[in-house]
Design a binder for this molecule. Sequence first.
Ligand code: INI
Length: 160
Amino acid sequence: MSTQHPIAVPVQLPPGVRVGVVAARFNATIVDELLRGCVARLAERGVPADHVDVHRVPGAFELPVAAKLMADAGRIAAVICLGCVVRGDTPHFDYVAGEAARGIMQVSITTGVPVIFGVLTTNTDQQALDRAGGVHSHGGVNSADAAIEMIALKSVIQSD
Ligand code: INI
């Protein structure tokens, strides 16, 4: 996978915007860092912590349903899903990572609420660490930037 993440673009956010974050508890060391970086970046970009609703789920497989519940509740402009799935010796990885990705996209398209795929899917723990503030950027920060960009895009499209 490429590590050339897009550079964050300056945007105008609607006033008082709220963002939802759902974070898996599986691989907690990694996901807690994704969450920390994500919430910090949202604050930097104009969404303070008291405008961020954070919920935890057991694993990445549970992210889509939690995202759907948050999107349906109607209070938030985007949901950021954070998780980390590391390939093991069995096909379990493919089911968990694949269904998380598929479910997240399905929730986003069916609700019209941007749902961000902030799930690291790696072959090793080191690759995950590298992408959680290590040598290959920060999945939580990148996810916050993606959410901000999509919220602004939706606002522009809907006011056209
Ligand atoms: N969940 C993860 O978030 N990451 C993993 O690496 C993982 N592995 O390897 O199994 C994982 N499994 C749990 C899964 O997400 C569900 O919580 C579980 O199957 C209960 O539905």
